[in-house]
Design a protein around this ligand. Structure first.
Ligand code: SF4
Length: 249
């Protein structure tokens, strides 16, 4: 599917597998610019073949939580809110949605018909989370809390998980516990969760070639474990339901 991607050129994490060059994650004005939501929509309108989806990506878009309601307003002003689907990414690291948006802005996001957010779980346990992001292991659990809060706020949510880590030890049990945690939020959440395959694109190879090889072995084993868990927890009929038809409410 063709989409128009706009990137917030900043991220608070540095995942070893990030497809974005780290120079583009540091809010460096050599590689980025301050641009209004109205300007982004104007550029989008000028595309000769406009995709129907705009993805607000990053970096971490939620470092600027106002970006989403501002884009909604800008799309509505140009008569595009019914014609364009707005999608945003979230690395599940910040609570800025509650700290910096007004209740009115939060309600605007929750009630906007053509919007969904995908939240990315980084790893399947605290150790793999820290290995992937270089962040504190304790923040692994914070991801579940933030996802649950966003779901309670009424957002239409999807999830990614990156199943890379440093060790093959007890991988079946660890992935099983990760699925348990997802199902604590909602029993159907694993069916709205996509394991994102990490592939060896150029920025990765230049960064940490030796770790990549090991992490790829873990990823393969973890994806096999994930598949077993999904088949064990959901009947074949349920697994056939389209991801956007899986109910989380
Ligand atoms: S959270 Fe996303 S954008 Fe940030 S470093 Fe990790 S993969 Fe890259």
């Amino acid at each position: 599917m063709a989409v128009q991607v706009f990137q917030n050129a900043a991220c608070n994490w540095r995942c070893w597998y990030c497809y974005v060059d780290f120079a583009l994650l540091s809010a460096n004005l050599k590689h980025s610019a301050f641009v209004s939501a109205a300007q982004l929509v104007e550029w989008y309108l000028q595309l000769p073949e406009r995709p129907v989806v705009i993805d607000l990506s990053g970096g971490q878009p939620d470092l600027v939580p106002e970006w989403i309601p501002w884009m909604m307003d800008a799309l509505a002003e140009r008569g595009l809110s019914e014609k364009t689907f707005l999608w945003s990414d979230d690395n599940l690291s910040t609570d800025y949605f509650w700290r910096f948006l007004s209740e009115q802005q939060r309600n605007r996001i929750a009630s906007y018909g053509n919007y969904a957010r995908v939240c990315c779980f980084k790893g399947f346990d605290a150790e793999s989370f820290s290995f992937n992001t270089k962040a504190e292991p304790d923040l692994f659990n914070k991801q579940f809390e933030l996802f649950g809060r966003l779901l309670s706020a009424g957002l239409d949510l999807y999830a990614y998980v990156t199943l890379t880590g440093p060790s093959l030890l007890n991988i079946r049990e660890k992935v099983g516990r990760f699925c348990d945690e997802l199902q604590q939020i909602h029993p159907n959440l694993p069916l709205r969760t996509i394991p994102l395959e990490i592939r060896s694109f150029t920025p990765l190879r230049n960064r940490l070639p030796s770790i990549n090889a090991d992490a790829e072995k873990v990823q393969k084993a973890a994806i096999e474990a994930w598949t077993v868990e999904i088949e064990r927890r959901f009947s074949s009929d349920v697994r056939l339901i389209g991801i956007c038809d899986v109910q989380l409410s």
